[in-house]
Write a new protein. Sequence first.
Length: 279
Amino acid sequence: MSGVRFPDEPPGKKLLMRLMRCLRLFSFFISILFKAVCTMASIQFEDQIIDYTLIRKNVKNINLRINTCGEVTVSAPPYVPADVVKRFVLSNAQRIISARKRFSQLSDMSVKYENGDFLYILGKKYRLQIAGADKNRCVLNSDNVIFYVGENSDVNLRRALYDKLLADAAQRVFPQVMQDCLPLFYGRINSAPCLKIRRMKSQWGNCRAAKNTVTLNSRLAAYDENVIKSVVCHELCHFIHQNHSKKFYACLSGVMPEWKKYDAVLKNKLIYCYFIDNQ
C-alpha cells in the first residue's frame, strides 16, 4: 500500500514560523537580561561587615546609595560580574562607614539626657531624672528613669546607661518575640534560628541564613512589641527569600500585613529613637 503524501507547506510559512520562534526566544532572553533582580550580599572591610542590596537592572554604570538608616543599595547592569560589584563596594567602604557615622551623630544631636527629657523603652515613654551618686547606675519605675551619676557625668555616660536599659529589655523580650513569630513560618523554616542581640550602628537586624542566625539590634528595644515583631518577621523572611524581591515582600505581607506602618515608624524616628518629646 503506497503511503499517503501530504502537500508540503509553503516555504514562506516555514520561514515565518522559524522567525517567530527566534523572536520569542530573543524576547525571553531580553526580559531576563533587563528584569530588575534583587539579591543580598556583603563585604568585609577591616573589622566591619557591610551588607548591601544589589539590584540588577538596565543601567549604564554601577551606582551606590546610602539612606539615613545606613542601608546600602547598589544598582548594576546585568552583565557586570558580582566580583566587580564587590570590588566597587569595597572601594567605597570608607565612604559608607563615614556616612553611617554622620547619620548616627545627627540622630543623637537632639538628645541631651538631661532632667525632663523623655526616653522610650519597649514603646513606653519615661521621664528622665538625674540624681547625684558615687556609683553610676539606673533605676526604672512605673513612669520615670532615674540615672544616678557623678557630678561630672557627660552625655556619653548617660547614653551608655540608656543603652544598658535597652540591652536588658532586649534580652528579656526579644527571645519571646522570636518564639511568637516562628509559628508564622511553619513548614518553611527547618529549625529555629540562633538569636543574637547586640548594639548595631546601622541595622535593626540581619540574617545569616547559612549560619542559621538572626541578629537584632538591642536599641530596637526602644520600640513597642509590634515594631520589634515586624523586624523579626523581616529577618525570618530572608530564610526563604535572600533578597528584597517582590516575592520577599509578599512573604512579609503574608505574615505581617502592617509591616509598612511599623517600617515607617523606624524610619521617621531616624535612628534608635533618641529624641526629645517637647510636648
